[in-house]
Design a protein around this ligand. Structure first.
Ligand SMILES: [Zn+2]
Length: 294
């Protein structure tokens, strides 16, 4: 049987914080427990939000925290041709159109305003920026998947989301496109990531279908929140991770993930990873949507 592949794909919009450490650890332990490889990708496709130096600091922190990956890091900003090739294929299928609708010109799902008038013909040059390019979701049907931890999920894509942006007005490729192309290129078989991306999954399933890519399994993790249930303060929690240091922060992340407490003799990141991967039991996360900081 081929070895499966998991991944962690942070956006370098700040330093490693407790929420991203928990996602990194859960995806890594999940892969190691299965005997799968675990890969790293930097999702810096949105260069407008990338913080200078953050990518290097995240990679350094992950190494310091005992994470290991067997292949070079895939960096999205260096992979633009792959996204353009995917756009070419979607354009050949007649799925792309340019959209001039301004922000706030509609509410809820995109109503398909420019679907026909803006349609890009197969060989037509695509505008490089200044106008958004959307994907026609006609006949996408209801997309369903059995989430590893959140149960059966479904979405009627055309009604619930509508034709979505695949290359942004500022010229950057949309996250939805880059993530699908990269998961395909890296041969990812199982995606473990935060619940905040749960409702993005149907858009990615639809793109996989159009691009002829195989569909990975998905397992969505509960989100780390402040003790009172409010959104995690990323700056405060990245400072906290740095202050705690690798061993203590990993123990806290395991506690948040409701995993057994490692014996006190395990006092380095490498041993903690090895022990926790053998013990990994994600069933305690089933249908859990939030993990409260102590
Ligand atoms: Zn439009």
């Amino acid at each position: 049987m081929a070895i499966g592949r998991g991944r962690f794909a942070p956006s370098p919009t700040g330093d490693l914080h407790l929420g991203s450490l928990v996602a990194a650890l859960a995806s890594s332990l999940d892969a190691r427990h299965r005997g799968d490889d675990w890969l790293l990708r930097l999702e810096d496709i949105d260069q407008a939000r990338a913080v200078p130096g953050a990518a290097d600091r995240i990679v350094s922190a992950l190494k310091l925290f005992g994470f290991v990956w067997p292949e070079p890091v895939l960096v999205q900003s260096k992979n633009l041709q792959a996204y353009e090739n995917a756009l070419d294929l979607l354009q050949t299928q007649g799925r792309l159109f340019v959209c001039h609708c301004g922000r706030g010109s509609y509410q809820g799902a995109y109503p398909g305003t420019c679907r026909h008038v803006g349609r890009l013909l197969p060989e037509e040059p695509r505008p490089k920026s200044g106008v958004a390019i959307r994907l026609n979701t006609q006949d996408s049907g209801t997309l369903r998947w059995q989430d590893g931890w959140q149960g059966w999920q479904q979405q009627a894509l055309e009604n619930d989301i509508g034709d979505f942006v695949i290359r942004r007005k500022d010229g950057f490729h949309a996250y939805q496109l880059a993530v699908v192309v990269d998961d395909g290129a890296q041969g990812i078989t199982r995606v473990v990531r935060g619940m905040d991306l749960l409702d993005n999954t149907p858009r990615q399933l639809f793109l996989q279908r159009l691009l002829g890519l195989s569909e990975p399994e998905y397992a969505h993790l509960p989100l780390v929140v402040e003790p009172d249930g409010t959104k995690l303060s990323k700056s405060r929690s990245s400072a906290a991770v740095a202050a705690l240091g690798p061993t203590t922060a990993l123990r806290l992340a395991l506690k948040l993930l409701r995993q057994p407490e490692p014996p006190t003799v395990l006092n380095n990141p490498h041993d903690l990873h090895t022990w926790a991967a053998a013990q990994w039991n994600p069933t305690v996360l089933s249908s859990v949507t939030h993990l409260h900081l102590p």
